[in-house]
Design a protein around this ligand. Structure first.
Ligand code: 5GP
Length: 211
């Protein structure tokens, strides 16, 4: 028996937000490995590149003048200032990819989430990851970098500020165990893909069934 073609589907914008240290990057990476038709939205930023980062993969690194020009040209789906630097989601690529049924993961903060939701409510799925405890989050932040104490304290303050926006998301997952959290987030993606409104090929398919 031949396998039927997958139904035509409109892509979705899968937003993953969390305080830094709650495992968002790991979950995003695992999803990208596991799922075809899933891409990462690469943001534009004015913040300096960190060691290990690659221009075009982690971010498109630009200077402030370039960023401002892109704002004027309406090149961003959303943009915001986070921790003193500008970040924005480039509009190009995403719209076209979504029409072809590609889904995009967005690693953006609550401000960007709010803007995207206002602009593209029906395409947006908002997922927020929480750490199992504030101690666990602090331990992860400390283990991750050789940062000075005041940097850690600053990061914890920002983490608390980010956590306070938990109620602006559709799904909230506590990341107690990375594999379990990954499975849950993947289930959310699978379920959201099956929403009737996203399955643009359904009408023809069902017509065929009833013929
Ligand atoms: P970092 O500089 O550590 O990579 O990211 C700092 C924060 O900026 C994170 O909370 C991340 O989610 C957020 N961020 C990254 N890209 C974008 C973007 O395009 N738009 C918005 N609004 N936030 C972003």
């Amino acid at each position: 028996m031949t396998r039927p073609e997958p139904l035509l589907r409109r892509g979705l914008m899968f937003i993953l937000s969390s305080p830094s240290g709650a495992g968002k990057t790991t979950i995003a990476r695992k999803l990208l490995q596991a799922e075809e038709n899933l891409r990462m939205s690469v943001s534009v930023t004015t913040r300096p590149m960190r060691p290990g980062e690659i221009d075009g993969r982690d971010y498109h690194f630009v200077d402030c003048a370039t960023f401002d020009r892109m704002v004027e040209d309406d090149a961003f789906l959303e943009y915001a200032e986070v921790f003193g630097h500008s970040y924005g989601t480039p509009r190009a690529q995403i719209r076209d990819g979504m029409k072809q049924g590609d889904d995009y993961i967005f690693d953006i903060d609550w401000q960007g989430t709010q803007q995207l939701y206002q602009r593209a409510q029906h395409d947006v799925v908002r997922v927020f990851l929480l750490p199992p405890s504030i101690e666990a989050l602090e331990a992860r932040l400390r283990a991750r970098a050789t940062d000075a104490e005041d940097v850690i304290v600053g990061r914890m303050a920002r983490a608390r500020a980010e956590i306070s926006h938990w109620d602006a998301y559709d799904y909230v997952v506590v990341n107690d165990d990375i594999e379990e959290c990954f499975t849950k987030v993947r289930m959310i993606l699978e379920a959201e893909r099956m929403r009737r409104a996203r399955q643009t090929g359904l009408i023809d398919f069902v017509r065929g069934l009833m013929r």
